[in-house]
Design a protein around this ligand. Structure first.
Ligand code: AMP
Length: 619
């Protein structure tokens, strides 16, 4: 089915509309377009400012939301209210990021569960989706200001290693920012497109994309054949980047000045000034042999050879990742045809040489490495707009396909604009102890609540063996075959019970109806996401209430009367909050109940362990 351009502002069909490409980065974000007249990529920027918009959000004391350079200034002065690296939280639970919790200077709710993380600023709770939407909204506003036209459609890039839920979270962030996300594409794919790779029909190539940004490193091996990019492997280190190179210089200078790390900890101003000088030195040394400056009347200097020696271990680490990526791709280094360099840190000459030597071929670095991903996203956007006549548009699904989950929410398995054929799968579990069947309801559409989408089919997977809630594993898989038929299969993995159904999603659906469904999803995006957040907060609150209840019943004798009273009060407060429409209040009460009951749970666990040990005699 063809693309349907809609003007979101007027609600009418529109002939030509600009689709922007967005690089939503961990440290910086950018927006680019293909110029309608020159047909050349243009990275958008306001006069005299940089095209890079720092991915930083600041909440000021009146809860105004400030994004970009102005927000970055608050990283030092007001860290608790300044959010950076929200991308690292996308689709993650606290358990996923626990290991790196120190990295974040703002409050991330530690609920010790698999649930998606939330960030607390004053008494408000934000999901990473909302935080990313603030950045996207800022980019949209800037683009509209520069282009003097509404911007409603975008292609957004994500790292190749992003999983399904991280991609969906990125789509949701776009929707919340008022953008119709036509496609999510991989950053290395975008970078390759920026170098014109994959534009020829019969081209077959293996590409390595080396991406060293401010805080992350990744390398991807891609295979391109008949215009389709396939990710063969990815590798890297999500906590290695340009910042580490700055730190290497900083520690040299700390030594030169006879300072200790304790001195720096005591004097955050000095340490910040040194860090900024170190970054300046690093950038300078990409184009010059020597750097010198003064700080508080002390001379500081470094030359290129010293810098190269300092960063050698870091470069080696990235090359190890490259070697792993090559072997995971099941290829030999020699089979790689092209190397593409991405990220500001790849401007360092010694690094380019090391990468080139490792792969045994010249690297591609002619496109600005900060802008290359956004440029590629703009090229993809132009292809989707149908402006690039040489490029074949594959058959796509016009609307998302998914199933109903807890609280009537739509869980998308195949997002709209996916290529046909396409397949996806996800695991679900039961809500009640001993639940023996599960209803699978299949929906089509873009809204967050299934009641607003189109129901395609429903069936019951019976014969799930009796188990406590949460234990059965039901794998639901969606396959759209080349004829556009959707085959839905549900299988309980322990017992092997399975059931399949086939539907034709487009049957009985006119273009006008599809158009209306798309338009509705954008106009209702804000309400929908708020509704989803409320349902999710309620589900979480209800689950915590029920586990606490079970816990109290089981352990009432082990708790002091005062403790019991505190828990009962917190439970009551949460119960009351659940009857209201305020997600922040629900989160707050859930958090309070968690805080109160966690120490008991830990104590009782310890007691149980020591009792168990007491019962054993050591021979
Ligand atoms: P990105 O996340 O891709 O925007 O990368 C930003 C990183 O690139 C930061 O660590 C910058 O310090 C670094 N960077 C920018 N310009 C240069 C340069 N000329 N030489 C070395 N590193 C640079």
């Amino acid at each position: 089915m063809a693309k349907i351009p809609i003007n979101i502002v007027t609600g009418t069909l529109q002939q030509e509309e600009i689709i922007v490409g967005i690089d939503l980065g961990t440290t910086n974000s950018l927006i680019a377009i293909i110029h309608p007249e020159t047909k050349k990529p243009v990275v958008l920027k306001e006069h005299h400012s940089s095209s890079l918009v720092p991915s930083v959000i600041y909440f000021d004391s009146s809860q105004n939301i400030i994004v970009g350079e102005a927000a970055k200034a608050h990283l030092q002065t007001d860290p608790a209210n300044t959010i950076f690296s929200a991308k690292r939280l996308m689709g993650k639970s606290y358990t996923d990021i626990e290991q790196h919790a120190d990295f974040f200077t703002y409050k991330i709710i530690d609920d010790d569960t698999e649930r998606l993380v939330k960030v607390q600023v004053e008494n408000k709770f934000y999901s990473p989706v909302e935080l990313s939407s603030f950045i996207l909204k800022e980019l949209k506003t800037r683009a509209e200001h520069i282009l003097k036209t509404p911007v409603n459609k975008a292609v957004i890039t994500v790292p190749a290693y992003f999983n399904d839920s991280q991609r969906q979270a990125t789509r949701d962030a776009g929707k919340l920012a008022g953008l119709d996300v036509l496609r999510i594409i991989n950053e290395p794919t975008a970078a390759s497109l920026a170098y014109g790779l994959g534009m020829q029909q019969n081209e077959e190539k293996i590409i390595a994309v080396y991406d060293l940004g401010g805080g992350t490193f990744d390398v991807s091996i891609l295979k391109i054949a008949s215009g389709i990019f396939e990710v063969l492997s990815t590798n890297g280190d999500t906590y290695l980047g340009g910042d580490d190179l700055d730190r290497a210089i900083l520690s040299k200078w700390t030594g030169d000045l006879n300072l200790t790390s304790a001195d720096l900890n005591k004097d955050p101003r000095l340490s910040q000034a040194l860090r900024l000088k170190a970054e300046e030195a690093k950038k300078h040394l990409s184009f010059n042999e020597h750097f010198e400056t003064t700080l508080n009347e002390s001379a500081l200097s470094i030359n290129r050879a010293e810098f190269e020696e300092l960063i050698q271990p870091l470069i080696s680490r990235t090359l190890n990742s490259c070697a792993n990526a090559v072997s995971d791709a099941g290829i030999k280094k020699e089979e790689i045809d092209v190397i593409v360099m991405v990220g500001g840190s790849t401007r360092i000459p010694a690094l380019k040489e090391a990468v080139s030597e490792f792969f045994g071929t010249e690297v591609n670095d002619s496109v600005n490495p900060d802008e290359v991903v956004a440029v590629g996203a703009a090229i993809q956007a132009d292809i989707l707009a149908g402006n690039n006549k040489d490029f074949l548009l594959l058959d796509i699904t016009p609307l998302s396909l998914g199933i109903e989950t807890m609280g009537g929410l739509m869980d998308v398995l195949i997002p709209r604009n996916s290529k046909i054929p396409s397949k996806a799968g996800r695991q679900y579990t039961t809500q009640k102890d001993g639940q023996s069947s599960m209803r699978i309801s299949v929906y089509q559409g873009e809204r967050d609540l299934v009641k607003d989408n189109r129901k395609l089919a429903e069936f019951n997977l019976a014969g799930i063996p009796g188990m406590p809630a949460g234990l059965p594993k039901v794998e639901v898989s969606f396959l759209i075959n080349a004829d556009g038929i959707l085959i839905v299969k549900a299988k309980e993995l322990r017992s092997g019970t399975e059931q399949t159904i086939e539907v034709k999603p487009q049957y009985g659906l006119t273009d006008t109806e599809v158009e209306k469904m798309l338009l509705d999803s954008i106009t209702h995006a804000k309400d929908d996401i708020a509704q989803r957040a409320l349902v999710e907060a309620r589900t979480e609150g209800e689950q915590i209430l029920s586990t606490t209840e079970k816990f109290i019943t089981k352990n009432s004798l082990r708790l002091q009367p005062g403790e019991l009273m505190n828990v009962a009060n917190a439970m009551q407060a949460l119960q009351l909050a659940l009857t209201m429409e305020d997600k922040d209040l629900i989160h707050q009460k859930t958090e309070e109940l968690n805080e109160i009951s966690r120490p008991f749970a830990e104590r009782i666990m310890d007691e149980a362990v020591s009792e168990a040990l007491k019962g054993k005699t050591i021979q």
